[in-house]
Design a protein around this ligand. Structure first.
Ligand SMILES: NC(=O)c1ccc[n+]([C@@H]2O[C@H](COP(=O)([O-])OP(=O)(O)OC[C@H]3O[C@@H](n4cnc5c(N)ncnc54)[C@H](OP(=O)(O)O)[C@@H]3O)[C@@H](O)[C@H]2O)c1
Length: 258
């Protein structure tokens, strides 16, 4: 039992791992024993975050703006030369855009779809040789795509391209899971509900949690670092080796109880 959730010897890439959910995930993987590369668009932010997390284990900063597939190709090459082995890829970096339908701009579509859907796909494709080399039938390599409750049910957030992009992430996860199972790679979607990060700051009225938001969540609280780290560590560990193609809400019941 003691090593059921251990990630010792594993190497991981967490996009957007310098802050928010990505950082919670990176810290969880480090605590479980993995070496972790994190990305941020800003080199200094990435370096500071990696230095802060290095007390937990080896953490490597890789600056990358994932707005284009070319950038994802570059990141894969950077990762390859820095860490080589890739047991775990967490596609976490994400972008949102909210606005009333009457004025919702066209430019809110390609940029959101690029960061949320296309670059995760490109990263999987580019890191396939490493993922294939790392996976075995008993211990597959892992791809985890971070989706959203907004891609599963109509949350009325006026985030049209974001919700559509996350629904696409969920479907792409299932498609990839089916195609990569015989190469010993599992692919799962983790679907967060409401976690206090920069992306959801506008929903929280400064730091006080809006009672209307809480009443929408069956378990009546926002998500915490352990909630998101726990599911990702589970999926990446021996305990999660038999799970693929799953879409797992971590949302206090928003999807499941709705
Ligand atoms: N918070 C929630 O309640 C919630 C709910 C459902 C799903 N999610 C999903 O969780 C993931 C993380 O979001 P978050 O809540 O942690 O928000 P956040 O704190 O705003 O983080 C967004 C992350 O994405 C990265 N990113 C954004 N645009 C990028 C780009 N063009 N190139 C590279 N990286 C980029 C950011 O990196 P930089 O360091 O460069 O800024 C940052 O690490 C996203 O996929 C989001 O959709 C969050």
């Amino acid at each position: 039992m003691s090593d059921l959730f251990s990630l010792h010897g594993k190497k991981a890439l967490v996009t957007g791992g310098a802050q928010g959910l990505g950082r919670m995930i990176a810290e969880g993987l480090l605590r479980a024993g993995a070496s972790v590369a994190i990305t941020s668009r800003k080199a200094d932010v990435c370096e500071t975050a990696a230095a802060e997390m290095s007390g937990l284990g080896p953490c490597l900063p890789l600056a990358a703006d994932l707005s284009t597939p070319e950038a994802a190709v570059e990141l894969a090459a950077l990762y390859r030369s820095a860490l080589g082995q890739c047991d775990i890829l967490v596609n976490n970096a994400g972008k949102t855009w909210g606005g009333p339908i009457d004025t919702f701009p066209d430019k809110a579509w390609p940029s959101v779809m690029a960061v949320n859907v296309q670059t995760p796909f490109t990263l999987v494709r580019e890191l396939l040789p490493e993922l294939v080399a790392a996976g075995t039938a008993d211990d597959p390599s892992r791809v985890i795509n971070i989706g959203s409750v907004a891609g599963m049910k109509a949350e009325r957030l006026n985030a049209y391209s974001y919700a559509a992009s996350k629904a696409a992430v969920h479907m792409m996860t299932r498609d990839l899971a089916g195609d990569l199972a015989d190469r010993n790679i599992t692919v799962n979607a983790v679907i967060p509900g409401f976690f206090p990060t920069k992306m959801t700051a506008h929903m929280r009225d400064e730091d006080a949690v809006d009672p209307k938001l809480l009443s929408h969540i069956p378990l009546r609280r926002l998500g915490r670092a352990d909630d998101i780290a726990g599911i990702v560590v589970f999926l990446c560990s021996r305990a999660g080796a038999y799970v693929t193609g799953a879409q797992i809400p971590v949302d206090g019941g928003v999807v499941g109880c709705g």
